[in-house]
Design a protein around this ligand. Structure first.
Ligand SMILES: Nc1ncnc2c1ncn2[C@@H]1O[C@H](COP(=O)(O)OP(=O)(O)O)[C@@H](O)[C@H]1O
Ligand SMILES: O=C(O)C1=C[C@@H](OP(=O)(O)O)[C@@H](O)[C@H](O)C1
Ligand SMILES: [Mg+2]
Length: 172
């Protein structure tokens, strides 16, 4: 059964859009980070603090493989780093996978993340200046992976509902 996979940088809206798209389409949604948190019985922040990022990336890969293997149709919101580690970007090319890059500008990402960083260990301790520079560089590094998605939907200046409609139009 097909998996609709949303990918893109932290704050582009993967978790929010997956949930809203699920309501409209009645296709169940899964958030990869939530699945990892439930399995580990720790928050993402705690996993980073207690076991480190490399361990998190291992859990992330294992959980991603597991979700792809499950037979149900679903909408899956990845973590921002998921396509950039292990062979996860290759897994996005599977025949039952539809991958969608939610593309946001540095300004949009910064505007959302500046008030929303505490649960995101990669940026939690940064000040505003550091964050702006980090997002710009990090997005540039990761774009290679994001751009391998089958479809791209720009999210800047769109409401959640507009983005969901744009995704549905791409999939129609
Ligand atoms: N138009 C929008 N689309 C998606 N998210 C939005 C929008 N406007 C504001 N937001 C906010 O931006 C944040 C996006 O975070 P989230 O969905 O967790 O993204 P991701 O999972 O990609 O990191 C949320 O706090 C959400 O409420
Ligand atoms: O970009 C990243 O490497 C990460 C993004 C996060 O998910 P969101 O993109 O949903 O914030 C989460 O997986 C973790 O904090 C690492
Ligand atoms: Mg998320």
């Amino acid at each position: 059964m097909k998996k609709i996979i949303l990918l893109g940088y932290m704050g582009c809206g993967k978790s929010t859009i997956a949930q809203n798209m699920s309501k409209i389409t009645n296709i169940p949604f899964l958030d990869l980070d939530k699945c990892i948190e439930e399995r580990a019985n720790l928050s993402i922040k705690e996993i980073f603090e207690k076991q480190g990022e490399i361990y998190f990336r291992k859990l992330e890969h294992e959980m991603f493989v597991e979700l792809l293997r499950s037979p149900e149709r679903s909408i899956i919101g990845l973590g921002g780093g998921t396509p950039c580690y292990a062979n996860n970007h290759e897994l996005l090319k599977g025949k039952d996978v539809i991958s969608i890059y939610l593309k946001a500008s540095i300004e949009t990402l910064y505007g959302r993340l500046v008030h929303n960083k505490s649960k995101r260990p990669l940026i939690a301790e940064m000040n505003e200046e550091e964050m702006k520079e980090f997002i710009a560089k990090h997005l540039f590094d990761r774009s290679f992976y994001y751009n391998q998605a089958q479809y791209k939907v720009t999210v800047d200046d769109k409401t959640v509902e507009e983005t969901v409609q744009d995704i549905l139009a791409v999939l129609a």
